[in-house]
Design a protein around this ligand. Structure first.
Ligand code: 2P0
Length: 330
């Protein structure tokens, strides 16, 4: 009744920002991500009659409040499918800063459902794991897979057709890199969940976003197919800026950037003008992720490290599928 899973974080190239169903976590638009090799969560789950209540320990701290509630509600879903009432102990570790916009909820929820379903003896396929992960945190449905991944928004009211599928495997484009510039270790002030709800409710440009996203998805898929780095980068960068434009035009306004974020954005444009090709994408936090090719990786890393306010740089390849591992955390 004990199992451990490892899932990698992912970064969206075409973003998810807004739900059409808050409870089931169904997105307004389809979206596309790349799974990141170096950012991961490992989670061990044990179901046992010895536990009187569920326990959740994240990065060595016993959690309570919203973080714990999310885990409990996912455990409840797993118990319901398995027709079990056993309580569980969950221990989870991120190898990167939690909740600062490096997609910890994505890798966390994916690792949790994979470990919990395995521990309780369910043998779910990846589609069902993706749906269960989605119920914990939308973007996590993409972290079940490695490589390039699409979360199709689906049409059904019950969410049964809203799950992720792999577009290309982790080894499809070995030269591609995502270099993460860490500019803060603090947790963000506005959580994605409330921020995106505010945007759907108040942003006057939201319809324009929805009208333009499908073309971005076609373009990134075309870029994957032809390994067209420029098209991939341009589309991803523009899509990220469009999402941040929505956030800025939300009432009250949500600005996730800090001065270092803007310094990196300006630097990347300048580097490009001078022949070093790289593009940025930014999620719901100040961290910046740069897309580049292997031939420019070392130059990008050293230039990024030199930008004022950059605390750490993590260079990723395309990550692999989430998986069960055999070294437990307790
Ligand atoms: C994404 N983000 O596509 C977008 C881009 C952040 C910016 O998905 O409410 O933690 O749990 O579904 O998945 C972050 O939001 O939100 C996110 P919920 P989630 O990666």
């Amino acid at each position: 009744m004990k199992s451990t899973a490892l899932a990698n974080a992912n970064i969206a190239l075409v973003k998810y920002w807004g739900k059409r169903d808050e409870k089931l976590i169904l997105p307004q638009n389809s979206n596309v991500s790349v799974t990141l090799s170096e950012l991961s969560t490992i989670t061990t789950v044990e179901f046992s009659d010895d536990y009187d209540e569920d326990i959740f320990i994240l990065d060595d701290k016993v959690t309570s409040g919203k973080d714990k509630e999310r885990v409990l509600s996912q455990l409840d879903m797993v118990r319901e499918i398995a027709k079990s009432s056993q309580k569980a102990k969950v221990v989870s570790k991120n190898n990167f800063p939690t909740a600062a916009g490096l997609a910890s909820s994505a890798s966390g929820s994916a690792a949790l459902v994979m470990a919990a379903t395995d521990a309780i003896g369910l043998n779910l396929d990846k589609k069902d794991l993706s749906i269960l992960a989605r119920r914990g945190s939308g973007s996590s449905c993409r972290s079940i897979y490695g490589g390039f991944v699409e979360w199709n928004k689906g049409e059904a009211g019950d969410g049964t057709d809203s799950y992720a599928k792999k577009i290309e495997s982790y080894d499809y484009w070995p030269e591609l890199r995502v270099v993460v510039g860490v500019v803060t270790l603090s947790e963000k002030e506005v959580k994605s969940r409330s921020g995106m709800k505010q945007t759907v409710e108040t942003c006057p440009f939201y319809d324009g976003w929805l009208k333009s996203v499908d073309k971005d998805i076609l373009d990134v898929k075309e870029a994957f197919k032809n390994k067209d780095f420029s098209l991939l980068g341009k589309t991803s960068e523009h899509n990220a800026l469009k999402m941040h434009a929505l956030m800025i035009a939300t009432v009250p306004s949500i600005i996730y950037w800090n001065p270092s974020t803007i310094r990196i954005m300006n630097a990347v444009k300048l580097w490009r003008e001078n022949g070093l090709e790289s593009y940025f994408t930014i999620d719901a936090g100040p961290q910046v992720k740069l897309l580049c090719l292997e031939k420019d990786e070392q130059e990008i890393i050293s230039r990024l490290k030199a930008v004022d306010g950059v605390i750490d740089v993590i260079s990723c390849k395309l990550g692999r599928d989430a998986k069960i591992i055999y070294e437990h955390l307790f």
